[in-house]
Design a protein around this ligand. Sequence first.
Ligand SMILES: Nc1ncnc2c1ncn2[C@@H]1O[C@H](COP(=O)(O)OP(=O)(O)O)[C@@H](O)[C@H]1O
Ligand SMILES: [Mg+2]
Length: 332
Amino acid sequence: MAEPAIVAEHLVKRYGVLEALKDVSFSVPEGEVLGLLGPNGAGKTTAVRILTTLLRPDSGRAIVLGRDVRDDAARVRASIGLAGQNAAVDENLTAHENLRLVGRLTHMSTGDIKSRSDELIEQFSLAHAGNRLVRTFSGGMRRRLDLALALVHRPPVLFLDEPTTGLDPKGRTDLWTVIQRLVGKGTTVLLTTQYLEEADQLANNIVVIDHGSVIAEGTSAALKGRFGSTVIEVAFRDETAATTASERLAHVGTVARDGSRLKVSVSDGAPAMLETVRVIDGAHLEPTSMALREPTLDDVFLALTGHAAEEPPVEDDVSEADLARRGKHKTA
Ligand SMILES: Nc1ncnc2c1ncn2[C@@H]1O[C@H](COP(=O)(O)OP(=O)(O)O)[C@@H](O)[C@H]1O
Ligand SMILES: [Mg+2]
């Protein structure tokens, strides 16, 4: 069997007392997409920074296309592209100028830079804006340009750190299409995301991380199988009604009650919805709302960890107290 294109082996990274990665391992076979799924602060960017030579792990190994990122950083860099949450574009240059700059930095010939830049502008639907200053771009255009910049030197391995966070639904699906096209051409991709739906759409395999540890791993179908592929939400006027309903709905799926609201995780959405209606009607209970929806990362977290995906304080505001508290959290 061929060696995977990306290997993370027992990665550990500490920032002071905070253990951002605690023994994280995963691998990505050549030509596949791995979705690294986790909430804010899970350690996704830290893992990406290690794999892209920008950060040294305290222990563990990272290998890209057979090369150790520590011993062979320059050659690893030449074979990878990185597009991040904080788009690395120069606001005061045009799209074409940004692309040409990257071409020069990666030592491409003038002719190649020109043709590659035209090709990418076209491919990323930026033709109408190629000569406009980037500071006039929308968020979606900026992300597409950022991705284009990561591809100038035709890297076989691509790292995408939350490529669609902050984009509107249209911007998000547009970017998914672009990523799918790249994958179709054989690029190996490691993608981080906070959206289960995004990992579901793009990734062959999903690794779920929380507080620096891998808490689940598998195909989207396998993961969904563990917590149900559909969620039925029912709200009642009071807790008594919700409690009664939750007891009677136990055969429909996995029921979780939060006050007067119920969440039923099921694997067969439509028939389960029908049965839920029958049961509630049969019990003469009156729901105030009922909805059928796809599971979110929060549902996965609840199912896997028993707690919701929480938001830690923003990075710049980390106080000693926060660090101490979070240091404690990990052993809890
Ligand atoms: N340079 C840093 N110094 C101190 N703490 C950091 C630094 N970078 C990240 N962290 C902390 O490490 C944890 C993981 O961060 P990160 O890898 O950015 O997570 P994610 O990308 O999943 O949101 C968070 O608790 C974050 O606050
Ligand atoms: Mg991040």
